[in-house]
Design a protein. Structure first.
Length: 304
């Protein structure tokens, strides 16, 4: 079991890390040089305008031709929230789904608005921040995904709306990098106990994944808010009651919904029902391959 105090991003065997690092030595060296060149710009941001900062390049090797959205046989509406613990603990399932069935899936991320504020809040018995801390501790112990509950005891978030709006701002720039941004702010809140309503952390997360932080913060004030409102309206129209909710649909208009925590087989069954011809892609299990696909992994994700 992984305790709530054990919040390292990866606990994979050291021998696997060593082998992986040797294979990635050149890439790591280049990254170190990039970080050294950016040191003054990043450590002393007041000396340079945000709009002139050099963005780090998020590299990813892609084999073969990627299918376009229209070629993918199944669309998925994924209603989620940056602070939703169930959304965090299904990351192993979703990442494996990405490895095995990504060529069949077009996933559209929508925000579900989990925590408007604490005023009159009562959702599944949670009424105050300390209730979330207790819930996160239980989730961590049962599902073996690392979670640090102390954010809710030391610096609790008053709402999940600001980071949700930040995600919509990230989508306005780049939908793929927005998913990386969502992952990064989740790592911040679940593992690093950072209050992700604070703009300093949203700025850092945007920079970490190669987005324009200055533009993201500007978009928070208008365009992203409108996009977030659209997500909430759609959530109400579809009567979304539980997060996460994933609505799978095919070109014939047939839909299947999965709510809350689900085993991996449930996702595969949904795909097979909507597209019986969908085949699983084989992928390498080596650390090098997995860490090229995903910049960070928990031990649960690595071994899933």
């Amino acid at each position: 079991m992984i305790s709530t105090e054990d919040v390292k991003l990866s606990l994979v065997p050291s021998s696997a890390f060593n082998k992986c690092n040797l294979l990635r030595a050149e890439h790591i060296t280049n990254q170190i040089h990039l970080e050294r060149n950016l040191k003054n710009e990043f450590l002393y941001p007041t000396q340079k305008a945000d709009d002139t900062l050099i963005m780090p390049v998020m590299e990813k090797q892609i084999s073969g031709r990627k299918k376009t959205t229209h070629e993918k046989s199944i669309s998925v509406l994924y209603f989620t929230d940056p602070i939703c613990s169930t959304c965090w603990i299904i990351q192993p399932q979703l990442r494996k789904l990405q490895l095995e069935y990504n060529e069949h899936l077009n996933i559209d991320y929508k925000m579900g608005g989990l925590l408007p504020s604490w005023k009159n809040y009562n959702r599944f018995g949670i009424k105050k921040p300390s209730d979330v801390a207790a819930h996160w501790e239980e989730v961590c112990s049962y599902y073996e995904m690392p979670i640090n509950k102390h954010i809710w005891l030391e610096d609790p978030l008053p709402s999940s709306y600001p980071p949700s709006i930040a995600f919509k701002a990230a989508q306005l720039q780049d939908t793929d990098k927005a998913v990386l941004f969502l992952r990064r702010i989740r790592e911040m809140v679940f593992l690093e106990k950072k209050n992700i309503i604070k703009k300093e952390f949203l700025h850092r997360a945007a920079f970490d994944v190669g987005l324009d932080p200055a533009r993201l913060l500007r978009d928070l004030e208008d365009r992203a808010k409108e996009k977030f409102k659209e997500d909430l309206i759609l959530s109400d129209q579809l009567n979304i009651q539980v997060l996460p909710t994933l609505i799978f649909s095919n070109h014939k208009g047939i839909q299947l919904a999965l709510n809350g925590f689900q085993p991996y087989e449930s996702f595969v069954n949904a795909i097979k029902q909507l597209n019986p011809d969908a085949t699983k892609s084989e992928y390498q299990k080596s650390p090098k391959y997995l860490f090229e696909e995903f910049q960070t992994m928990t031990s649960k994700e690595f071994s899933f």
